[in-house]
Design a protein around this ligand. Structure first.
Ligand SMILES: *Cc1c(COP(=O)(O)O)cnc(C)c1O
Length: 352
């Protein structure tokens, strides 16, 4: 039997997990969490009553997240990765006859989750610089979407939206505005600053990137208390296990180490950008832990394959709407980045 309408798995949603040495395709942290993290988690899980269900509202974790952002625990909803947070928001506020606006190119999971929840997608184009243009805002508000997605820093472009454009969208949106800040630590500001004055704003964060915990599957949203209440109701009972509730709280204790990690990644990112530019590639200026780049002479799919032959996996984003002939590379460790750049130098030299 066919799945119900809208459930079509389109090409490009899932990054292939190929067995190669150097994996720079999913924007994970190249380093694990800080020293002492596992020991601290272990101390706490030893004392747990594992025969009991977890705290359904994850109160201690929500409190820790709220304290971290200077908000109240009631402003927080937590789930198994920010993708599940987004899915819960769409289950509650999207669905049949409702519409969500996106700005392309952007993170494919936004439209994918809309499709899964039977939410109609209205796509608006970004400018040449991959930023949201003021000129589309009239059409955007006129379309009266129930939900507007903003991704800043945007994946796969790495661009951060201007604060003014986010403020303007939040102030005039007819419905909810979801700002996906998966790479928020690289941005000079957070939309969370606007939460106290805007009840229809939701700011989504993840542990998967700069917190170096993609394996944990944990993400959260900061939003109005009434919305958070709805999300806790819509999520399945006990969706967040006891282990995660502890690990997520313990991780927040190492914010200083995370900031250091971000600084190192920025340093590496600039090294990669410069080398790519000197090799003749077009480099989209990034404010994240990945770089979108392309060539006017070399086919992106050809480059992707040649890199793979040299044991380097990057993300082929050519099937993303409005990206064109480009690849996305994650900033890895210094050694991984050097291997990537050396492989690319080799490919360029061979094709000249
Ligand atoms: C990586 C990423 C996420 C993270 O999703 P998780 O489910 O938390 O791992 C969310 N949004 C964007 C834009 C991303 O690039």
């Amino acid at each position: 039997m066919l799945p119900r309408e809208g459930i079509s798995i389109q090409e490009g949603y899932h990054s292939p997990q190929v067995d190669v040495e150097i994996r720079l395709n999913t924007n994970e942290s190249p380093e694990g969490p800080n020293e002492g993290f596992l020991e601290a988690v272990y101390e706490e899980i030893k004392a747990l009553s594992w025969n009991r269900y977890p705290d359904r509202r994850a109160r201690l974790l929500s409190k820790a997240i709220a304290d971290f952002h200077n908000l109240e625990p009631e402003n927080v909803f937590v789930a198994n990765g920010s993708n599940e947070v987004l899915q819960t928001i769409l289950l509650a506020y999207g669905g049949h006859k409702r519409r969500a606006a996106i700005f392309e190119p952007t993170y494919l999971l936004h439209s994918h989750i809309c499709n899964l929840t039977s939410t109609n997608v209205i796509a608006f184009p970004r400018g040449e610089d991959f930023l949201i243009q003021k000129s589309v805002l009239g059409d955007l508000f006129q379309a009266k979407p129930e939900i507007i997605f903003i991704c800043s820093p945007n994946n796969p472009t790495g661009r951060v939206e201007d604060r003014e454009i986010i403020e303007e969208i939040v102030a005039n949106a007819p419905g909810l505005v979801i700002v996906d800040e998966a790479y928020g630590q690289f941005s000079p500001f957070s939309a969370a600053d606007l939460l106290t004055s805007h009840k229809s704003l939701l700011v989504v964060k993840t542990y998967s990137k700069t917190w170096a915990l993609a394996g944990l599957r944990l993400g959260y949203v900061l939003c109005d208390k009434e919305i958070a209440d709805v999300l806790w109701e819509v999520a399945l009972p006990y969706h967040l296990d006891s282990f995660k509730q502890i690990a997520g709280r313990v991780a927040l204790g190492a914010a200083a180490q995370m900031d250091e990690r971000v600084k190192r990644l920025i340093g590496e990112r600039e090294i990669i950008s410069e080398r790519l530019t000197s090799l003749g590639f077009d480099v989209v200026p990034s404010q994240a832990n990945f770089i979108l780049f392309g060539s006017t002479t070399l086919d992106a799919k050809y480059l992707w394959n040649e890199l793979l032959l040299r044991n380097v996996l990057v993300r082929d984003v050519t099937s993303f709407p409005k990206i064109g002939n480009k690849l996305r590379v994650t900033v890895g460790s210094h050694g991984e980045n050097q291997s990537f750049l050396n492989a690319l130098t080799d490919i360029v030299a061979a094709s000249n």
